[in-house]
Design a protein around this ligand. Structure first.
Ligand SMILES: Cc1cc2nc3c(=O)[nH]c(=O)nc-3n(C[C@H](O)[C@H](O)[C@H](O)COP(=O)(O)O)c2cc1C
Length: 146
């Protein structure tokens, strides 16, 4: 059984909902899933013992890209998470009326790749309220690339 960690940062609950939906689908596909709020995760070696890691953050700010508050310390310490060689997928909620639509997702993806993670396909960027159908088809594409 594949072990998967999902770490999310969410202020109004949208990215949390997406993380929970991802977990349910992965569990249905036989994964053993742990979901952790970025507010309470220990970043040091957090990927240890997991086959895959899903990282999710909403985007804040206006002119500049700001990660969701709780995800900021995770992002800043990502080099200590043990992502090198690890399969990683990135997701997040945003709003396309802002200049940097889901900029946090791009920033996390870029940093994970720099740290040697193996990205599992394209990231998931949700515009507005989470849509469970959109999440399901993305998870299926991620599963296909595992
Ligand atoms: C003040 C403010 C700034 C925001 N900035 C961005 C942004 O730069 N890019 C983006 O895609 N979405 C932006 N958003 C939209 C949020 O990311 C979006 O509402 C998201 O669904 C929140 O997810 P969460 O509930 O998981 O935190 C902003 C929203 C607010 C209220």
């Amino acid at each position: 059984m594949s072990k998967t960690l999902i770490v999310f940062g969410s202020t109004t609950g949208n990215t949390e909902t997406v993380g929970d939906d991802i977990a349910k689908i992965l569990e249905k596909n036989g994964h053993n899933v742990t979901v952790v709020n970025a507010a309470s995760v220990t970043v040091e070696n957090m990927a240890e013992g997991y086959d895959c890691v899903f990282l999710g953050s909403s985007t804040w700010g206006d002119d500049d890209i700001e990660l969701q508050d709780d995800f900021v310390p995770v992002f800043e310490n990502l080099e200590r998470a043990g992502l090198s060689g690890k399969r990683v997928a990135v997701f997040g909620c945003g709003d396309s009326s802002y200049t940097h639509f889901c900029g946090a997702v791009d920033a996390i993806e870029e940093k994970a790749e720099q740290l040697g993670a193996v990205l599992l396909g394209d990231s998931l960027k949700i515009d507005g309220d989470p849509d469970s159908g959109e999440v399901a088809s993305w998870v299926e594409s991620v599963l296909a690339s595992m």
